[in-house]
Design a protein around this ligand. Structure first.
Ligand SMILES: Cc1cc2nc3c(=O)[nH]c(=O)nc-3n(C[C@H](O)[C@H](O)[C@H](O)COP(=O)(O)OP(=O)(O)OC[C@H]3O[C@@H](n4cnc5c(N)ncnc54)[C@H](O)[C@@H]3O)c2cc1C
Length: 370
């Protein structure tokens, strides 16, 4: 039997395994699923750990039950290297050979080479939020907390900090620093940027726009304009990049090093290698896919279906981008309210989008935990 290896237990990995169950692929392939910790993390809701909605355990799920249900082997280990010529995966203590590879390892925080970045606290995965929360608990009332980046994560973290400060009577001064001139700079919806900015300012968040951070120190950040912003805590949300594992791979890449995939989700130039989710750069008919959870899941589904089709000698299917960059669709949690962004012109700020966001999370976590 040929050996399929899936790397990553995030949205793409989980969707790949679910599709394996639906397509009854375990009869046709030997399958191994590898994830660093063997745990799924619901990234879109993690900022709410700061807000105190629930502890970190509410946003994670053990992957073992899903692996058991699929009848596949789960390996909890970090992949250190992939030799794509030899079709070999190097783990901590062992190596695995594969015939088909599905790489869904997501992304990593990028510091863009800013000096002293080790002093900043990244906000990306569960462990990051636990560290932020611990640091906040040690922070004196009235301190300044600086959030670097006013993208999706930056705004969600700022909103969560407002809630944290209120709940814990910390009276924190929350500052967001953004290099671009507007908040949510990558979302092609000006109305959303204006609404989000106004809302944050009304909640007492200070926004410093149009100047980047050039250095992080244990006691604050230096800005491009020369100013030094003393801060008890610096939270870094400014950008993402592919992981070191991808850096080492000799595959076609674009931008910061995202793996170029075809509409079939196959890595360009490879017949047995698929890369769904945040790890890739997918462009179809000039449309670029956003790095979104549902997009990752749909791409992984297509990848697995295509592996089955390859085995059966059938024509491969193409993915249809559901979240293109030029038509953003997003729910941005901002503490007391959530912003719905739909296309270039619709932006609605209220409590209903939050209920929708919570419902999506509940449904997804329930499916994974079940
Ligand atoms: C704060 C925040 C808010 C967001 N909000 C939304 C939203 O509202 N809606 C939306 O659709 N999307 C949202 N996103 C984006 C969404 O979370 C991502 O697009 C999605 O997680 C991508 O899924 P993925 O499977 O590609 O990667 P991930 O979910 O990141 O999963 C990657 C997995 O691979 C594992 N892994 C990584 N490297 C290795 C290795 N070397 N060896 C073994 N395992 C490895 C990781 O441990 C992880 O389990 C948000 C993201 C963040 C951070």
């Amino acid at each position: 039997m040929k050996h399929l290896v899936i790397i990553g237990g995030g949205f793409a990995g989980v969707s790949a395994v679910r599709t394996i169950i639906k397509e009854k692929l375990t009869d046709k392939l030997e399958i191994t699923w590898i994830d660093k910790k063997g745990v799924f993390e619901y990234l879109p809701s993690l900022p709410e750990i700061i807000a105190g909605r629930a502890g970190p355990e509410a946003f994670i799920a053990d992957l073992e039950p899903l692996a058991d249900k699929a009848g596949i082997k789960l390996v909890k280990s970090e992949v250190k290297e992939i030799d794509i010529d030899e079709r070999r995966i190097k783990l901590d203590k062992e190596s695995l050979d594969y015939d088909y590879l599905v790489l869904g390892i997501g992304a990593e925080i990028s510091y863009f080479g800013v000096k002293g970045c080790k002093c900043a606290y990244p906000a990306y995965r569960v462990d990051d939020y636990i560290k932020i929360l611990n640091k906040l608990e040690r922070t004196s009332p009235g301190s300044r907390v600086t959030v670097v980046g006013a993208g999706l994560t930056g705004l969600e973290v700022a909103g969560a900090l407002v809630n944290y400060s209120k709940k814990n009577s910390k009276d924190l001064e929350i500052v967001v620093v953004e290099k671009m001139e507007r908040v949510l700079p990558v979302l092609d919806n000006l109305k959303a940027s204006v609404k989000a900015r106004r809302f944050l300012e009304n909640m007492g968040v200070r926004l410093i726009m149009g100047t980047g951070v050039v250095r992080v120190e244990p006691d604050g950040v230096e800005l491009e304009n020369g100013a030094f912003l003393e801060s008890a805590l610096v939270i870094w949300t400014a950008g993402l990049k592919p992981s070191k594992l991808v850096d080492k791979m000799n595959v076609p890449k674009r931008g910061r090093g995202w793996i170029i995939v075809e509409p079939t989700v196959r890595v360009r130039g490879f017949e047995n290698f698929y890369a769904p989710g945040d790890v890739n750069c997918m462009i179809i008919n000039g449309k670029i896919a956003m790095k979104m959870a549902e997009e990752a899941m749909l791409q992984a589904e297509v990848a697995i279906k295509n592996i089955k089709r390859e085995l059966e000698g059938r024509r491969l299917i193409s993915h249809k981008i559901k979240f293109p960059i030029d038509f953003p669709k997003s729910l941005v949690y901002m503490g007391r309210k959530t912003l719905l962004v739909y296309g270039k012109h619709v932006a609605y700020l209220g409590k209903i989008p939050y209920i929708v966001k919570r419902y999506i999370e509940w449904k997804e976590m329930r499916r994974i935990k079940a």
